[in-house]
Write a protein that binds this ligand. Structure first.
Ligand SMILES: Cc1cc2nc3c(=O)[nH]c(=O)nc-3n(C[C@H](O)[C@H](O)[C@H](O)COP(=O)(O)OP(=O)(O)OC[C@H]3O[C@@H](n4cnc5c(N)ncnc54)[C@H](O)[C@@H]3O)c2cc1C
Length: 596
């Protein structure tokens, strides 16, 4: 096949218009670069818009704080799988990027003295774990909404070029293995285009839709992960998926941790505030992996609420109507719309729900994608960057602290932008497109268009989701994981025989869904295979077979498993690389047992 597709040339092609993509594009457009941003949906509908609780930064506006405490909390929260250089970089940059956002026009809530309002959040402490701290910079419970709109407006002002309802399909690599562009489907026409760039930045967000019960938007299908995996790039630490403790029972919609930040309490069927038993210091504000497991434990031991004893109650009734309407207005609406509950008067049923992927495309602190090569664990892939939830830098390790994702988007979106500006100054010319630039994409589309019989994409996608839900939940067992690997391999075979019944071109959402399933399966395989191989418990990866022993407290086995997993699509195989325990300027935080 030869490439005779419509081709456009930019300095930078960014895939994704969420917080990370738009923070990077802003840096680039302001520096005068010619930047294209592709998005499957209108930019301000990206999942970042749904973020509620806040952005973590040690401003110390409301209680004593500094970046060292934030650094400590993040390393501990990560269960010592996070890279300490990247964590230091993020926590030190945090106040700067938040003030910058304030100057872009972000409508933060205010204290009486005019400073930014900050609320407590899970796992964030003062004085190295002694007491909760107020670190989450918030705009009511619509922080992501406010942030995404602010970034969009600034991008419009800086003349970023948006390609709305364009779906990127594959990376284009040349003979040197350098990334020189992407192929993309224009949904309105069904036409395929080539977008050439000196650099490509992936900012496609998470793949939360590989699970059946998820707080994520329907567009979160892990497309960047699929694109990277198909181009031979490994995915890092994909076994670590965060369950958020408070998804609305039977609906999945998120109730921000900001509820507990404002004082909400989790209760079992006896009305007991059970978190006091498990985490005497942080109580309901212990990190998410920990709280989710405690909730699951309460349900397993018969203290769940409701007729089926299958949920926990989140009680906000004591906060008072005024605080709720001022600080948590969206939560009030969600309670009304999704649980038929007036949260000012009665508790709301919640369960741990899939929320966030800690793993992703491996990068360094400049957002450059790195892979093992020629004996180097972190060799740079020329021309390719990744930021945001699709990337693994790795600041979240085995468990992310709430508010650290919006922060990650700002810090690494900006850092990648700055690095690409430098790259652009040194590289005046584009590399040429290879003759087979679009072959992979055209072959995928031709297979779908040529299919006459086969399964519906949605049926296969649903089986991916139920398999993940059954085999990679809050508590895992080795047998469940092993069985999950076999089942997922069978589902992967079925992906190859998905058929497209409607072959029309204009806004054919069936074609888009079929293409998305090819990305879902990469993320799902990466997760289940990486999880089955990790024979310990760490952060969000809790396996009953590897429980608490004197030798391995909490089931964590640092001697063998303090390392990052790398999963390759080709051959469904695994590799590992060391965790960086050395921060940039301060002393390393040595591994300890996590208690709260
Ligand atoms: C309900 C909810 C609440 C949250 N609350 C908080 C919070 O309070 N604090 C916090 O720190 N974190 C929070 N998080 C996590 C955080 O919001 C996300 O991790 C973060 O917003 C992801 O941003 P992103 O830029 O990586 O991707 P997203 O915002 O998900 O954007 C992805 C972009 O990529 C585009 N895209 C994807 N695939 C393609 C493709 N193939 N072609 C073209 N475009 C594509 C999409 O159209 C979209 O524009 C929350 C998450 C959820 C789900």
């Amino acid at each position: 096949m030869t490439t005779k597709l419509p081709t456009r040339k930019f300095d930078v092609v960014i895939v994704g218009a969420g917080g990370s993509g738009m923070r990077a594009s802003l840096q680039l457009a302001r520096a005068g670069l010619n930047v294209a941003v592709l998005s499957k949906v209108f930019p301000t509908r990206s999942h970042t818009v749904a973020a509620q609780g806040g952005i973590g930064a040690s401003l110390g506006n409301m209680s004593e704080d500094n970046w060292h405490y934030h650094f400590f909390d993040t390393v501990k929260g990560s269960d010592w799988l996070g890279d300490q250089d990247a964590i230091e970089f993020m926590c030190r940059e945090a106040p700067k990027v938040v003030y910058e956002l304030e100057h872009f026009g972000m409508p933060f809530d205010r204290n009486p003295d005019g400073t930014i309002y900050q609320r407590p959040f899970g796992g964030h402490t003062a004085n190295y774990g002694e007491k909760p701290v107020q670190r989450a910079c918030a705009a009511a419970d619509r922080t992501g909404h406010a942030m995404l709109h602010t970034l969009y407006q600034q991008n419009v002002k800086a003349r970023t070029q948006f390609f709305v309802e364009w779906m990127a399909l594959d990376l284009i690599c040349d003979a040197d293995g350098d990334v020189v562009g992407v192929t993309a489907l224009e949904m309105e026409t069904g036409d395929v285009h080539v977008l050439q760039g000196k650099t490509v930045l992936l900012a496609t967000g998470g793949a939360g839709r590989i699970f059946a019960a998820s707080t994520n938007a329907f567009i979160n299908t892990g497309d960047g992960l699929g694109m990277a995996a198909r181009a031979g790039i490994p995915l890092e630490d994909m076994e670590f998926w965060q369950f958020h403790p408070t998804g609305v029972h039977n609906a999945g919609v998120l109730l921000t941790e900001g509820c507990r930040g404002e004082g909400a309490i989790l209760r079992n069927s006896n009305g007991e505030r059970f978190m006091e038993r498990y985490a005497p210091t942080l109580k309901d504000l212990a990190p998410r992996d920990f709280v989710s497991r405690c909730m699951d434990q309460e349900i397993k031991e018969g203290r769940g609420c409701g007729p089926n004893k299958d949920y926990i109650q989140l009680d906000m009734t004591h906060l008072g109507g005024e605080t709720i309407m001022k600080r948590l207005p969206s939560v009030f609406e969600i309670g009304h719309n999704f649980a038929n509950v007036d949260i000012t008067k009665e508790p709301i049923p919640v369960v741990p729900t899939i929320h966030y992927q800690m793993g992703g495309i491996p990068t360094n602190v400049h957002g450059q994608v790195v892979v093992p090569n020629n004996g180097k664990p972190n060799d740079i892939v020329n021309g390719l960057y990744a930021v945001g939830e699709c990337a693994c830098v790795s600041v979240h390790g085995a468990n992310r602290l709430g508010t650290n994702s919006l922060l990650d988007l700002l810090v690494f979106g900006r850092a990648a932008g700055n690095h690409i500006v430098e790259f652009n100054q040194k590289n005046k010319l584009h590399k040429s497109l290879p003759a087979d630039a679009a072959d992979r994409t055209l072959a995928r589309l031709a297979r779908l268009d040529g299919s006459s019989s086969g399964e519906y994409a949605q049926d296969v996608a649903n089986d991916i989701r139920t398999t993940m839900q059954q085999h990679a939940g809050v508590f895992r067992t080795q047998a469940m994981l092993d069985e999950g690997v076999t089942k997922m391999a069978a589902v992967a075979e079925r992906v190859r025989s998905i058929a497209l019944k409607d072959k029309s071109k204009v806004f054919n959402t069936a074609r888009i869904e079929a293409l998305e399933v090819e990305n879902l399966i990469e993320a799902a395989q990466a997760t289940i295979v990486s999880a089955a191989a990790r024979k310990e418990s760490r952060g969000a990866h809790t396996v009953n077979d590897y429980g608490d022993t004197p030798e391995h407290p909490n089931g964590r086995n640092d001697a063998v498993w303090m390392k990052h997993t790398l999963w390759y699509s080709d051959g469904n195989r695994l590799d590992y690389k060391p965790v960086n325990l050395k921060p940039m300027s301060v002393e390393s935080i040595p591994p300890k047992v996590r208690t709260f």
